[in-house]
Design a protein around this ligand. Structure first.
Ligand code: NAI
Length: 426
């Protein structure tokens, strides 16, 4: 639907979304999983009659997912899940689709951000697709009257799944949600390779600095941290990892990384990347120890990992020194450079395009089949967080292998029997 009030506000004065359309088509060409699912969904129309609300990073790959859901028969209302990650031209292109309304806009303030979430809920969704959990929270806190008609939903990221599990533990999650993040096809690729590649490439493009010979401090050695550390090492950086979980710290140690508390790493680092999903990971005591010119970037979901309020309190001056880089000048003259306002650097920096297309093809392939599963078998899932059925994950992996022309072996009957038996010994 074309809503002049929305498209007029976008940075596409003619409201044609032409450049956004090109970006979407380029992404589509490199998304064999979504293309295959689109063919099936287009003929089977499994989402006919459903209304889907989405809060995601509105850029080209997400647009492909949105269109695939719409072409499967759903009406879709979409908005952003981060104030800085929307590509306005892509949002405009989406908004021109007959079955899609996009409320996503780049650079919104808090009030506009939540107003857009509200606007998607005015469509009275039967399915929700979240990246970070803001739709589910808004429905439970502000619009519980919608819950009865919602079949279920899907959550894309670690932080969103954490929030849902916390709600579920408190008995406060009142409809079924798939933890899409937790599937192998998502987490082993998107969180590891996607975050690793996209965060580093965005830091490099935003700063125009090299990683070679630098010390890169990676906070958190979970899925995202592993990817960032590995790719930074691959670019000849010296990598220091900080952790709070002893086994993850040991894993990092055995991979050959230096493991230190942040208080020590702060003195060593040239570039800092937070990937914890936690708050206050880099705080005042760390800013006080950092060297002049240190670069600070966050790859975790929310902008709470670097304590920007205390950095602001410490600073005698702050200025934008390059597009997407704000320098905070300390009383002793050191400058600490924060990228993308401490928001997801791979999605919110001025040059950001998010993860590579191939990676999001996998993540969104899982999203698409999970939405279909929720619509077709809603009665099988009660309120709460649900793991994605393994056969759906395998289905998407098989499509990808097929598209890549990669063959694998199959278990013989004897092998399958052997693997499932407890009676075989020496
Ligand atoms: P994870 O749970 O696998 O890893 C987080 C790690 O951080 C854990 O090992 C934990 O022990 C550690 N940690 C927690 N507090 C810490 C602290 N104070 N200091 C040092 N380490 C600490 O989670 P995952 O999947 O790696 O996700 C991390 C964050 O990245 C989440 O917010 C997630 O939503 C987000 N994410 C971002 C993406 C992007 O595009 N940038 C893509 C996927 C996830």
């Amino acid at each position: 639907m074309n809503h002049p009030t929305i498209t007029d506000a976008l940075e596409d004065p003619a409201g044609t979304g032409e450049s956004g359309r090109k970006k979407i088509e380029w992404a589509r060409q490199h998304m064999p999983i979504m293309t295959s699912i689109d063919e099936d969904f287009g003929s089977e129309r499994p989402l006919e009659g459903e209304t889907i609300a989405m809060a995601m990073h509105v850029e080209a790959k997400t647009a492909v997912l949105t269109e695939v859901l719409a072409e499967a028969g759903a009406d879709v209302a979409i908005t952003g899940c981060n104030p800085l990650s929307t590509h306005d031209d892509v949002s405009a292109a989406l908004d021109r689709h007959d079955a899609i309304t996009s409320y996503a806009k780049h650079g919104v303030d808090d009030e506009e951000y939540y107003a857009a979430i509200e606007a998607t809920l005015d469509h009275e969704p039967t399915v929700t697709v979240d990246d970070g959990g803001d739709l589910v929270m808004a429905i439970h806190e502000e619009h519980p009257e919608l819950i009865d008609s919602i079949l279920g939903g899907c959550e894309e990221t670690t932080t969103g799944v954490h929030r849902l599990r916390a709600m579920d533990d408190d008995g406060e999650l009142h409809y079924p949600m798939f933890a899409v993040n937790d599937t192998p096809m998502k987490r082993l690729f998107d969180n590891v390779h996607g975050t690793g590649e996209a965060s580093l490439s965005n830091i490099a493009m935003t700063t125009n600095l090299s990683f070679a010979g630098k010390t890169v401090v990676v906070a958190g050695y979970g899925y995202c941290g592993k990817g960032v550390a590995k790719k930074a090492k691959g670019q000849n950086a010296h990598v220091v990892v900080t952790e709070v979980e002893p086994r993850r710290a040991l894993e990092a140690h055995m991979e050959g990384y230096e493991v230190r508390p942040m208080a020590e790493a702060a003195e060593e680092g040239d570039i800092f990347v937070t990937t914890t999903g936690n708050r206050d990971v880099i705080v005042e005591e760390h800013f006080e120890r950092m060297t002049d010119g240190a670069v600070l970037a966050n790859a975790g979901h929310f902008n709470v990992e670097i304590d920007l309020d205390s950095l602001d309190d410490l600073a005698v001056a702050r200025s934008e020194v390059r597009d997407g880089i704000e320098a905070f000048e300390m009383p002793d003259g050191r400058r600490l450079n924060v990228l993308a306002e401490g928001r997801l650097v791979n999605l919110a920096s001025p040059v950001a395009m998010g993860h590579p297309i191939e990676v999001m093809d996998q993540s969104f392939g899982i999203q698409a089949v999970c939405v279909r599963e929720m619509v077709e078998h809603a009665e099988s899932y009660g309120p709460g967080v649900h793991g994605v059925p393994d056969e759906l994950d395998r289905e998407v992996a098989e499509i990808k292998l097929d598209a890549e022309g990669i063959g694998i072996d199959a278990l013989s009957d004897e092998q399958a029997e052997y693997m499932n038996s407890w009676q075989h010994g020496t």
